[in-house]
Every structure is written in C-alpha cells, then in structure tokens.
Design a protein around this ligand. Structure first.
Ligand SMILES: Nc1ncnc2c1ncn2[C@@H]1O[C@H](COP(=O)(O)OP(=O)(O)OP(=O)(O)O)[C@@H](O)[C@H]1O
Ligand SMILES: [Mg+2]
Length: 252
C-alpha cells in the first residue's frame, strides 16, 4: 500500500542576505516524509540542519522551493507541527506544569482541562513528580523532557526535534532516546529529528538523511532495515556496523 507523504520538501533553498554578506545556508533539499515515519537528519556542524528543520516547521520561509503538509503548501507555523529546539526555551518563572499548560492556555482551553492534560503529558515523559518544580530546579535532561511534554500536549501529528538531547551526557541521552521511541510508538507521531550522532540516528530511525557541508544539500537517504522494537543488542549487530559504515561514507 502506498501512502501519501505527510511532509514534502520541494527544492528548498535558504539564503541569508544582509547588506554586506550573503550566505547560502541551504542549497537544495527535496524529500518526502511518510506518516508515522521516524527520520533523522545528520550532518556536520553548520551544514544547515537547523535551518532545514525551521523551514519544515514554517518558522523560516525558504528563498526558493516549498514545503507541503498533507499536500497543502505550508505558509507558517501550524498546530499540527510541534518543535523542540536545540536549547529548551521554558519560561523560568513558570513551573513544569505551567510551562506544559502554556500552549493550551494560548488556545483558550479551560484551565482545569489544560492542567489535566499537562499532568498526563508530564507523566508520559516520566516527570509526574516534578509538576511543581521550576526549570532551574530540574536537570538538563528533565528540562528537555518538559519541553517535549509541552509540544506533545496539543497532540501535533509531526514532531520536529532539533538535537533535543545534544547537550546531555551520553548515558542520559541514551535514556532519553528510549523514552522518545516509547512515546513515538505509543502516540503514532511522525518524527523528524536532527542529530550529529550516527549511532543515535541509526538506533532511532526508519530512514536517515545525510547532509553535506555548506552550502547544505541532502547527500544520502539511507533506509534503516533493523527490526522494531529496537533492542540494546542491535547496537552490536553486524548490520548496525554496516549501516554505521554506510552513513559515515555518505557524510564524507
Ligand atoms: N538567521 C541567520 N542569519 C544568518 N545566517 C544564519 C542564520 N541562521 C543560520 N545561519 C547560517 O547558516 C548556516 C547553517 O546554520 P544552521 O544553524 O542551520 O547549521 P546546523 O547544521 O544546524 O549547525 P549545528 O550542527 O552547529 O547546529 C551557518 O553558516 C549559519 O551561520
Ligand atoms: Mg543546529
């Protein structure tokens, strides 16, 4: 059965232009993402990953090309698309619960309903006990989980994640990856995630897009044919090693 893509990038180019400089952050990107797919985008620092993700989220308008969401041109941010940034942007004076409530409050959802849903999302990311904590009282990993809960609370179909766990230590990141896979399979989301970690990309994805250094282009599109659910032992399988080599080759 063929499925229609939920997201389609068509000849995307992004040029940042000022009076004294012109920088082509994205040269050309065309690809499709299917509903419920988990796709990672990987590439060296500065190759345009965040820029590409912002275009997919309707946060940056491309200089050329277009993004289609369910076949319709994307013209700006949409409630169907959630975005978790490289650095969390929680409000420091609001508790975890109040931060997660915020998108619902902005939508005019009744306070008690919003609080119930926010509590449910905090439980989903394993933070039920920290509802009343302020961001500064949480660890880095916990803050990123609150940021994730805040995006999940309005139930977007697509989650765009820009190195959400990039600033965390390797062990915490591994744990967060597990949580993310659990949420993804329980909630039937489409996920596009930027990372610079080849193993993380393979471990999580159905497909990995690789980007070449500036100006950014999509250099490779590699299907990850490891069975689901993924297991820790997959990391040591011959196929995992083969895929790692393949992706490394595609990046250089
Ligand atoms: N708003 C902006 N104005 C001007 N130049 C920008 C802007 N945003 C990004 N750039 C430039 O575009 C290029 C790509 O940046 P981008 O943040 O997309 O890279 P990245 O692949 O996400 O890097 P990293 O892995 O370090 O996060 C860089 O050269 C950057 O300096
Ligand atoms: Mg980036």
């Amino acid at each position: 059965m063929s499925r229609e893509p939920i997201l389609r990038a068509e000849g995307l180019q992004v040029v940042f232009q000022s009076e004294e400089s012109r920088l082509e952050a994205l040269q050309e990107a065309s690809f499709s993402i299917l509903p419920n797919e988990f796709v990672c985008i990987i590439g060296p620092s500065g190759c345009g990953k965040s820029t590409l993700l912002r275009v997919l989220g309707g946060l940056v308008a491309p200089t050329r090309g277009r993004v289609h969401l369910d076949g319709r041109p994307l013209t700006g941010p949409e409630a169907r698309i959630g975005f978790v940034f490289q650095q969390h942007n929680l409000m420091p004076w609001r508790t975890a619960l109040e931060n997660v409530c915020l998108p619902l409050e902005l939508q005019g959802v009744a306070r008690t309903v919003a609080k119930d849903r926010a509590r449910e999302m905090l439980a989903l990311v394993g933070l039920a006990k920290f509802a009343n904590a302020l961001p500064r009282e949480l660890s880095g990993g916990m803050r990123q989980r609150v940021a994730l809960a805040r995006e999940l609370v309005y139930d977007p179909d697509v989650l765009l994640l820009d190195e959400p766990f990039g600033a965390l230590d390797a062990l915490t990141r591994e744990q967060m990856d597990w949580e993310l896979l659990r949420i993804w399979s329980a909630r039937q989301k489409t996920v596009v995630m930027v990372t610079h970690d080849i193993q993380e990309a393979i471990y999580l994805s159905d497909r990995v897009l690789t980007m070449s250094p500036g100006p950014g282009r999509i250099a490779g599109d590699v299907a990850i044919d490891l069975a689901r659910p993924r297991k820790v032992d997959d990391l040591y399988s011959p196929r995992f090693a083969e895929l790692t080599r393949l992706l490394r080759g595609s990046l250089h």
